[in-house]
Design a binder for this molecule. Structure first.
Ligand code: ADP
Ligand code: MG
Ligand code: ZN
Length: 602
C-alpha cells in the first residue's frame, strides 16, 4: 500500500510539469514570433511602404519609436521597430491603411501562453497545494476512494499473523474459522453453511483487537479494508453514509477480503435518544451500515470485523443475527499470556542471556498487551541510556515501574521531614500487609518520587495469579490501603494529603463489597450497583432508593473505619519494627521484599 501510494502520487506533479513543457513547446512552434522580444529594426520609409502594402497588422506608438507586427507574403508574422522621423502624418498613415495602433500591443502575449498563465497555472497550483494540504491532514497511509472522498485504509497484505498475537487463544480459535472460510468459501457454500457476516471483538483498550483483525487478514492472505468509527464524527452531513457505501462497494470488488470497522461504538451507539437531540448524521451512517450488511451476499467472501471497548452502548440492531452476531471477547492477558506477549515483543530487541520473563509477568497483573509492548520498549531505551548493548532483567524491572508510576524524579528536592513521612507511610502499608494472612507478599518498597506524582510506593506481587478474592482478603486489602495513613498518625500525630490515592482505592473496594459482591450483613446478595462500562474503568450506577443509598454510605464508612482501626492496631503492636524499617528505607531509598522480610523476621 505504501509503495502504491508513492507510485500514484509522485506522477501528479510530474504530469503538471510535463503538460507545461508541452504547451510551451507548442507555443514556440505555432507562434514563434512571440518568443523573446527581438524587434527587427527598419527605416521609416520601409515602415511607410509596409503600411501602405497592408502587411502591418498592429502598431505601438511610443515617443520616438513605433513597434509593429507585420505579415509577409508567406503569412509569417514578425516584430519590427522603427524610429519616427515625422510625427505629423503618422496617425493618418496608420488610419488610412486600417492598422490598429495604441500605447501597447493589444496582444503582445500569445493567446495560448496567456491562457496557460492566467488559468491553467493557478488552477494547477491550487490543486497541488490542496493535495499537499489534504495529505498532511489525512496522514500518509490513506487513499481516497469514490465520490465521498472519505478515507478508507486499504492494505493488500497486513503482514501480521496469529504468531504476532500472543495469548488470546480463545479469540484466535474463534477467528480461525473465519480464516478458513476466506481460504475456501466454496467448502462452506457446498454444504449450505453460511458463516456469520460479522464478528465483534470486544475488550479493554490495548488488548490487541486491531492487531487480531489484521492478523485474520494476514493469515487468510486477503486484502484488509479498515475505517475507524471516530473518523465519522467530524464529517459533513451525508458523508458518513457515502463512506460506508464506498467501503462496501470497494470490498465487494476485492472479495474475498476483510472489512474492519474500528471503534464501532462511535457510529453504532443506540439510536433514537430524544435526550441527545438526535444525531441525524450518526443515525444515517448507522442505517447505511445496517443496510449494506443486509444487502450483500454472505457467501461472496467478505467478512466484516468490528472492534469496540464499550459493547454495552451498541445499538441492538447491530447485534442481531446476520449482522455482528458473533461476539469475540479479547480480555486482558493472564499471567501466561503476559509472559507470551513479553516474549513476542522481546524478539525485536537484543536480550542479555538470562532474562526471567515470568517474574515480569507476575509483577504486571492487569497490564494490557499494549502496556507490555511499551514495557519492553522502555527497557530497550533504558539499556541504550545506560550505554549497554542488550536489555537485561534490571531494565525490564525498572521499566515496569516506569509504565506503572512514571519516571524517577531523581533531582526532585524533597525535605528530610517529608521523606521521613513518606518512609513511615510506605512501611506502614508493607507492615500491615505482611502481618495479615493471605495478602500478597511485598516485592519492593521505594521512596524515590515518580513523575506520576507518587512520592513512594509499595509493590506487592502475588505468587500466582488470583481470580477470586474472599471477604476476609478484601477486608485485609482495605486495611493495607489504610496502613500508610495509620503509620503517619501513629508516628507524627498528624495526617497528610499523601494518602489520597489509598483512600480512593479503599473506598472503591469497600463500596464494591457492599453493593456488588454481596459481602455485607445488611444487604445480603442484593445488587445495588451495576457496572456500566466494564472495559473502561468500570463506572457504576446506583440502582436503589435514596434511603438505601444513605445506608450504603454508612456501611462503607463503617467498614473502612474498622479496617483502619485494625491497621492502627497492627502497627502499634509492631512499633519497633516500624521504626527500624522506616530508618532502613530512609537510608536505602529502595528496598526489596527480601530485605524487608529479613529485617522483619530478625
Ligand atoms: P486494541 O485495538 O485492542 O486497543 P491494539 O491491537 O491496537 O489494541 O494493540 C496495540 C499494540 O499492543 C499492538 O500493536 C501490539 O504491539 C500490542 N499488543 C496488544 N495485545 C497484544 C498481544 N496479545 N500480543 C502481542 N502484542 C500485543
Ligand atoms: Mg484498536
Ligand atoms: Zn499510600
Amino acid at each position: 500500500m505504501n509503495n502504491n501510494d508513492k507510485k500514484h502520487k509522485k506522477p501528479i506533479i510530474f504530469y503538471y510539469l510535463a503538460a507545461l513543457a508541452v504547451l510551451l513547446l507548442l507555443n514556440a512552434i505555432v507562434f514563434p514570433q512571440y518568443l523573446g522580444s527581438t524587434f527587427n529594426e527598419v527605416d521609416y520609409s520601409t515602415f511607410q511602404s509596409m503600411v501602405r502594402s497592408h502587411s502591418v497588422t498592429q502598431a505601438v506608438v511610443e515617443n520616438d519609436t513605433v513597434r509593429f507586427i507585420a505579415v509577409d507574403k508567406d503569412g509569417n508574422r514578425s516584430n519590427y521597430k522603427t524610429n519616427i522621423v515625422t510625427n505629423s502624418e503618422l496617425s493618418s498613415l496608420l488610419d488610412e491603411n486600417g492598422v490598429r495602433y495604441g500605447q501597447d500591443l493589444p496582444e503582445e502575449m500569445s493567446p495560448l501562453l496567456s491562457v496557460l498563465l492566467s488559468w491553467i497555472l493557478p488552477l494547477g497550483m491550487m490543486i497541488f497545494f490542496g493535495r499537499m494540504l489534504s495529505r498532511r491532514i489525512g496522514g500518509m497511509n490513506t487513499m481516497s476512494f469514490g465520490k465521498s472522498g472519505a478515507k478508507i485504509y486499504a492494505e493488500d497484505e497486513t503482514g501480521k499473523t496469529f504468531a504476532d498475537v500472543a495469548g488470546e487463544d480463545e479469540a484466535k480459535d474463534a477467528l480461525r474459522e473465519i480464516v478458513d472460510f476466506l481460504h475456501n468459501p466454496k467448502k462452506y457454500a457446498d454444504i449450505g453453511a453460511s458463516l456469520p457476516k460479522g464478528a465483534l471483538l470486544v475488550g479493554p483498550p490495548g488488548t490487541g483487537k486491531t492487531l487480531l483483525a489484521k492478523a485474520v487478514a494476514g493469515e487468510a492472505k486477503v486484502p484488509f479494508f479498515s475505517i475507524s468509527g471516530s473518523e465519522f464524527v467530524e464529517m459533513f452531513v451525508g458523508m458518513g453514509a457515502a463512506k460506508v457505501r464506498d467501503l462496501f462497494r470497494q470490498a465487494g470488488e476485492k472479495a474475498p477480503c476483510i472489512v474492519f470497522i474500528d471503534e464501532i461504538d462511535t457510529i453504532g451507539k443506540k439510536r433514537g435518544g430524544a435526550i441527545e437531540g438526535g444525531n441525524d448524521e450518526r443515525e444515517q451512517t448507522l442505517n447505511q451500515l445496517l443496510t449494506e450488511m443486509d444487502g450483500f451476499d454472505g457467501n461472496k467472501g467478505v467478512v466484516i470485523l468490528a472492534a469496540t471497548n464499550r459493547p454495552e452502548s451498541l445499538d441492538k440492531a447491530l447485534l442481531r443475527p446476520g449482522r455482528f452476531d458473533r461476539r469475540i471477547p479479547v480480555e486482558l492477558p493472564d499471567m501466561a499470556g503476559r509472559e507470551a506477549i513479553l516474549k513476542v515483543h522481546a524478539k525485536k530487541v537484543k536480550l542479555e542471556g538470562s532474562v526471567d520473563f515470568n517474574s515480569i509477568a507476575r509483577a504486571t497483573q492487569g497490564a494490557s498487551g499494549a502496556e507490555l509492548a511499551n514495557i519492553v520498549n522502555e527497557a530497550a531505551l533504558r539499556a541504550v541510556r545506560m550505554g549497554r548493548s542488550a536489555v537485561g532483567q534490571e531494565d525490564l524491572e525498572e521499566s515496569v515501574e516506569v509504565v506503572i508510576a512514571g519516571y524517577q524524579r531523581k533531582n526532585a528536592s524533597i525535605s528530610q521531614h517529608e521523606r521521613e513521612i513518606v518512609a513511615y507511610h510506605e512501611i506502614g502499608h508493607a507492615l500491615v500487609a505482611a502481618r495479615q494472612s493471605s495478602s500478597a507478599p511485598v516485592h519492593k518498597i521505594t521512596i524515590i518520587p515518580r513523575t506520576s506524582g507518587a512520592l513512594g510506593y509499595t509493590m506487592q506481587v502475588d505468587e500466582d495469579e488470583r481470580f477470586l478474592m474472599s471477604r476476609d482478603e478484601a477486608f485485609n486489602k482495605i486495611a493495607t490501603f489504610t496502613g500508610g495513613r495509620a503509620a503517619e498518625e501513629l508516628i507524627f500525630g498528624s495526617v497528610t494529603t499523601g494518602a489520597a490515592n489509598d483512600i480512593e482505592q479503599a473506598t472503591r473496594l469497600a463500596r464494591g463489597m457492599i453493593t456488588r459482591y454481596g459481602m455485607s450483613d445488611s444487604f445480603d446478595m442484593t445488587a445495588l450497583e451495576t457496572v456500566t462500562n466494564q472495559y473502561l474503568g468500570g463506572d457504576t450506577t446506583l440502582a436503589c432508593s435514596p434511603e438505601t443509598a444513605a445506608k450504603i454510605d454508612a456501611e462503607v464508612v463503617a467498614l473502612i473505619r474498622k479496617a483502619h482501626e485494625k491497621a492502627i492496631g497492627i502497627l502499634k503492636g509492631d512499633i519497633d519494627k516500624l521504626h527500624e524499617l522506616a530508618a532502613y528505607l530512609l537510608e536505602k531509598e529502595t528496598i526489596t521484599g527480601e530485605e524487608f522480610m529479613r529485617i522483619l523476621n530478625d
